[in-house]
Design a protein around this ligand. Structure first.
Ligand SMILES: [Zn+2]
Length: 327
């Protein structure tokens, strides 16, 4: 009897040893994945610098045909001359995953397994532009600036449908919020009612406080010429301590999201435009972009922008772009 018991005991110990070694091998493969992730983010940083140098080839564009999305100073019609279109938009942004860092795979030293990175840590702020009434109060153009600018001069209106811009902006923002939440992001809206009339400093306070990974300001455009059409992406110029810190990421994200939007809706691409005169940009401490989804002053684009189906497409294109930018 004693001998049988001894054999059974030995068998049980060896089974338990086999089971532990199985766990060890799981830890190793998980640490390899983590190493790959770190290497991938190094590659992203290198591509950043490529994008910056690409920006030097930007060509000037007249902004006089584009009505400002942000509130305008009344006598400020000439300050946009320094806006630029990055003709190299979207270059180099898709190659991040092409490089295989083989040397990292050899480092199989066991590490404490880390919790999987989820998108739940990333807060995306959506900022639907304009309210159903203008707000002519003024606020400083940037921190410490003596130049005051109107909070909300009111948005555009569809030339055929008469749809107000704030309605298009809010509709797309609500659809985009749902899509992003379904992909695991935390989404904060600066406003949920068209009657809420916020200044740009107030909006920036909201996204600075939640330390957003990305702020997407949602607008539709308007121009004097009825034939002007297409989508563009406005990003901050590096003009103060805030914008110098967010310039590079904002531009990179702007290029990625605009590229995705154009692919989704097939609209003419008007490029990424750096702006130094947008109060909401100048007060932002986190990456921020402003999409102009098309022209309500153009008959065809007005009809598209005002339709539910097209708004779905816009939201999908923006969501895919945000996912590609904020992984
Ligand atoms: Zn607008």
């Amino acid at each position: 009897m004693k001998k049988t018991l001894y054999i059974l005991l030995c068998l049980s110990v060896s089974i338990s040893l086999i089971s532990c070694s199985g766990k060890d091998s799981k830890v190793s493969s998980s640490s390899i994945e983590n190493n790959n992730t770190v290497a991938g983010s190094n590659v992203t940083k290198q591509d950043d610098s490529n994008l910056n140098s690409g920006g030097k080839n930007s060509q000037s564009v007249s902004a006089s045909e584009t009505k400002e999305a942000d509130a305008k100073t009344i006598d400020d019609k000439t300050k946009n001359a320094d806006t630029k279109v990055d003709s190299n938009a979207n270059a180099n942004t898709s190659k991040v995953n092409d490089k295989t860092p083989n040397q990292q795979v050899q480092n199989t030293k066991p590490e404490t397994p880390k919790a999987p990175v989820t998108k739940n840590n990333e807060v995306i702020v959506l900022d639907p532009g304009h309210a159903n009434k203008s707000n002519l109060d003024k606020e400083p153009l940037s921190p410490g600036s003596k130049e005051m600018k109107i909070k909300d001069g009111g948005g555009a209106q569809g030339v055929i449908t008469r749809t107000p811009e704030y309605q298009v902006n809010m509709n797309v923002a609500v659809k985009l919020k749902e899509l992003l939440e379904s992909k695991g992001y935390t989404v904060v809206m600066t406003k949920t009612q068209n009657s809420q009339s916020l200044g740009n400093v107030e909006r920036a306070d909201i996204w600075n406080k939640v330390n957003a990974a990305l702020v997407v300001r949602i607008h539709a455009d308007s121009a004097e010429g009825a034939s002007v059409r297409g989508a563009s992406m406005l990003v901050p110029a590096a003009i103060n301590d805030n914008t110098k810190a967010i310039y590079s990421d904002s531009k990179k994200y702007g290029q990625i999201v605009l590229s995705s939007l154009i692919k989704a809706v097939g609209m003419p691409n008007r490029g990424v435009v750096e702006r130094n005169d947008m109060t909401g940009f100048n007060w932002s401490k986190v990456p921020v972009i402003l999409v102009e989804m098309g022209f309500l002053s153009n008959k065809e684009e007005d009809k598209l922008l005002s339709s539910n189906d097209y708004q779905d497409k816009l939201a999908k294109g923006l969501a895919d772009g945000i996912c590609a930018a904020i992984k």
